[in-house]
Design a protein around this ligand. Structure first.
Ligand code: PEP
Length: 255
């Protein structure tokens, strides 16, 4: 039985001062029983990482810290970028790579996502690799082709232990739209993702890899999604900016 993994992706929201308040509000909403049952990750903007990390340390909070993106080199002439080494020094635990918004707005290809994935694993951090199909791809019956290709690109020939990778299945049509995949849709595609990992990396890795669902997760649908056998966690965007909603999602994710 895996511990459910619930991560909040704050995207480009909250200054570092606002982030501080949000973490404090969340810490009032959640108790030790919640943290014993669910691994909770907060992914603020780069500008808030240090602030959130300091608060987690000083108040001995049980949140894990995540970044929303990373560059694949440890250092160099890459203006505006942040390296895995810099994140590791900030006690970051998780790094989201290949979020659909980065693939869509910043042209991140499977190849770039893979470089980031390798770099994150190389720095001893845990990547959360996002995969998912667009509405047109789903309507065109291409969900498995698209998602399967993204998963293969992430796992094929991986030097590190594949079991360390977290996958987030995020159908693009469900992100920020209020339209959630049904628990059956999520289960079906996540089981398919696991079968692709089994083909590429073997059955043990496929069983061990944690696979999250993401896309308009709310307090009202979290338990049903988490109730499906292959859903190991949730990646939450909009609802993670509201302390009461995010806390309710964490509580609904308890086994
Ligand atoms: C996301 O961006 O990862 C996400 C799942 O967003 P939302 O929950 O707002 O759909």
């Amino acid at each position: 039985m895996k511990t459910p993994l619930v991560a909040g992706n704050w995207k480009m929201h909250r200054t570092h001062l606002e982030a501080l308040m949000l973490v404090q509000q969340l810490s009032y909403e959640l108790d030790d029983f919640d943290f014993d049952a669910v691994e909770v990750v907060l992914c603020p903007a780069f500008t808030s990482l240090r602030t959130v990390q300091t608060l987690i340390d000083s108040d001995r909070l049980h949140f894990k810290l995540g970044a929303q993106d990373v560059h694949w080199e440890d250092e160099g002439a890459y203006t505006g970028e942040v390296s895995p080494r810099m994140l590791a020094a900030l006690d970051v635990d998780y790094v989201i790579v290949g979020h659909s918004e980065r693939r869509q707005h910043f042209g991140e290809s499977d190849d770039i996502v893979r470089r980031k994935l390798d770099a994150v694993l190389g720095a001893g951090l845990v990547p959360i690799v996002c995969v998912g199909e667009s509405e047109a791809e789903r309507d065109g019956g291409q969900t498995e082709g698209k998602v399967g290709g993204q998963v293969k690109a992430a796992f094929d020939g991986l030097h590190a232990d594949p079991a360390k990778v977290v996958v987030a299945y995020e159908p693009i049509w469900a992100i920020g739209t209020g339209r959630t995949a049904t628990p059956d849709d999520a289960q079906e595609t996540i089981a398919f993702i696991r079968s692709v990992i089994a083909d590429v990396s073997g059955d043990d890795a496929a069983r061990a890899v944690r696979i999250q669902y993401g896309g308009s997760v709310k307090p009202g649908n979290a338990a049903a999604l988490m109730g499906r056998p292959d859903v190991d966690g949730l990646l939450v965007g909009g609802a993670s900016l509201d302390a009461a909603d995010f806390a309710a999602i964490v509580k609904a994710s308890k086994p």
